[in-house]
Design a protein around this ligand. Structure first.
Ligand SMILES: [Zn+2]
Ligand SMILES: [Zn+2]
Length: 176
């Protein structure tokens, strides 16, 4: 698929063209180059994004990273920074956006983010976070208060009872 078609795909998914979407689009293409990635259908590619802005949508489209598959994770710092991991090769990279010099209008920044050379657009750094484990399956328990079932990692113990998060918080309030 050529670049134009890839961009169209991102826009279709995201719903509009914007500078932010371009940032994620360029980051994903750069990661494909640096880590020799292909579209992910098996959690081979992992992205840890440091923001939840428009660009993340392009990463989902181009790399197949998604919350549901567990290969799109959030480490919120508010930065335009993305870490990419190739599980097959163990290679990883963290891309941090370089702010354009001077004040740009929305139109100008859109054009800048599209035209800028990828080496100039991002600073390539080493990842700071270990590649996360594959999506794990947890045991599940029924909450002893509301009876609803949830994963063991969400269960809290209070007075010897296994409680879901919601019931645990309610219980806590009554005990103060
Ligand atoms: Zn947008
Ligand atoms: Zn409950």
């Amino acid at each position: 698929m050529d670049k134009r078609a890839l961009w169209e795909k991102c826009v279709a998914f995201h719903g509009h063209e914007c500078p932010g979407l371009t940032i994620g689009y360029r980051a994903a293409l750069y990661a494909i180059d640096l880590l020799e990635l292909t579209f992910s259908n098996d959690e081979q590619v992992v992205c840890i994004t440091e923001n939840d802005a428009c660009g993340v949508d392009a990463i989902q489209v181009l790399l197949g990273c998604s919350v549901g598959k567990g290969n799109l994770l959030f480490h919120m710092t508010g930065k335009q920074a993305f870490s990419f991991y190739n599980r097959k090769t163990g290679k990883s990279v963290r891309l941090v956006l370089n702010k354009p010099l001077g004040e740009l209008t929305r139109e100008e920044s859109f054009r800048y983010y599209h035209a800028c050379k990828q080496e100039d657009l991002f600073t390539v750094k080493e990842t700071k976070i270990e590649v996360p484990e594959r999506a794990r399956l947890f045991d599940s328990y029924a909450c002893e208060c509301c009876g609803e079932t949830t994963g063991s990692n969400w269960i809290r113990l209070s007075g010897g009872k296994k409680l879901c998060i919601d019931c645990y918080q309610r219980y806590d309030r009554f005990n103060v």
